[in-house]
Design a protein around this ligand. Structure first.
Ligand code: B12
Ligand code: SF4
Ligand code: SF4
Length: 262
């Protein structure tokens, strides 16, 4: 697994089975699932790669779904050879597994007040993927503490999505930039304030736990990042491809209005 991801661990399936997310991928879960092998894929690049950035950092690199799944599927092949008779299924993001929770239980980090997994080495700038298997492994859980509860993420969130009553998904700019149709004036203003046509990094960028986050060594992410998207840009192979051109062009147009005004 070390070749697949620099950070990985085991979460007993039993511990997350009551929190499974309802989605189509649920049907691919192995019958008799016993263990979730959770892997973190760091994606933070050197600062010089972010010049003129207008997407969130996770979207500046090659689509993580493809990268994580390709790596996890090659691990699945090896595991199937090593443990014949056992089932293995890889997932990333489009997954029934509540990934942040599973990674936390696997000892990979703590859950921050910004709702994200914060690892000691890479901060929260990690993607999560996993292999669910019928294989039973020893899961030695070590509790990690890496959210100091400083509330900087809550104070910095421009939309109030990280309010006192917990996370309000519909207010989150990451959700708003994915929304189809016409956005409200308030949503447009928030997007202009954030400056991202896809996603939002504010609650991660202000987090002290990310101050010394290590940079990624994952080759696929180091190759040709695209930090700045413009009208007519190539969508293929990027994290926003699934949403299609209409939404991206709408968002680019909203942000360009900001530039015209200033
Ligand atoms: C839907 C989704 C979104 C939605 C809604 C997010 C939400 N929190 O509901 C939107 C579009 C807003 C979104 C935004 C983002 N997302 Co998102 N998202 C997901 C997705 C696909 C499903 C999450 C979900 O619905 N979970 C189910 C519900 C029930 O979970 P929940 O409300 O969070 O509560 C559970 C846990 O948090 C847990 N829990 C809560 N507190 C605690 C405390 C402890 C101690 C424990 C053990 C458990 C626990 O218990 C709850 C019940 O199970 C996951 C992938 C996945 N399969 O998990 C990625 C995922 C969480 N997203 C991810 C990312 C990167 C982001 C963004 C940073 C992207 C960006 N830059 O714009 C933002 C961050 C916004 C934010 N501050 O949360 C990463 C997180 C990586 C990390 N380091 O944590 C994931 C894991 C995708 C991936 N494969 O890497 N996301
Ligand atoms: S991603 Fe942006 S809008 Fe969403 S919770 Fe974090 S700071 Fe708030
Ligand atoms: S900003 Fe502070 S409260 Fe928020 S996740 Fe980071 S350490 Fe935790």
């Amino acid at each position: 697994m070390d070749e697949i991801a620099p950070l990985w661990g085991m979460c007993p399936f039993d511990k997350i089975k009551d929190g499974l997310i309802d989605c189509r991928a649920k049907s691919r879960l192995p019958h008799n699932a016993k263990t979730v092998i959770v892997a973190c894929f760091p994606y933070l690049l050197e600062e010089n790669n972010y010049q003129g950035i207008n997407v969130s950092k996770y979207a500046a690199v090659t689509d993580y779904h493809t990268v994580a799944l390709s790596r996890l599927n090659s691990a699945v092949k090896k595991l199937e050879e090593l443990f014949p008779g056992h089932e293995f299924a890889a997932f990333a993001d489009n997954s029934p597994i509540p990934e942040v929770e599973a990674a936390c239980i696997a000892g990979l980090g703590a859950i921050g007040l910004n709702t994200l997994l914060i690892t000691e080495e890479y901060g929260s700038y990690v993607f999560i993927g996993e292999i669910v298997t019928s294989l039973e492994t020893g899961c030695d859980v070590v509790e990690k503490k890496s959210c100091i509860g400083c509330q900087k993420c809550i104070e910095a969130c421009p939309s109030g999505a990280l309010g006192k009553g917990g996370f309000e998904k519909t207010l989150c700019l990451s959700e708003i930039t994915q929304k189809k149709g016409v956005l409200s004036e308030k949503e447009e203003t928030l997007m202009k304030e954030c400056g991202c046509v896809w996603g939002c990094d504010i609650c991660q960028d202000v987090c002290p736990m990310n101050k010394h986050a290590a940079k990624t060594q994952i080759e696929e992410f180091l190759l040709s990042p695209i930090p700045c998207v413009s009208s007519g840009c190539e969508l293929e192979g990027r994290a926003y491809e699934w949403r299609g051109r209409k939404v991206i062009e709408r968002n680019i147009s909203i942000l360009s209005k900001r530039k015209e005004k200033s």
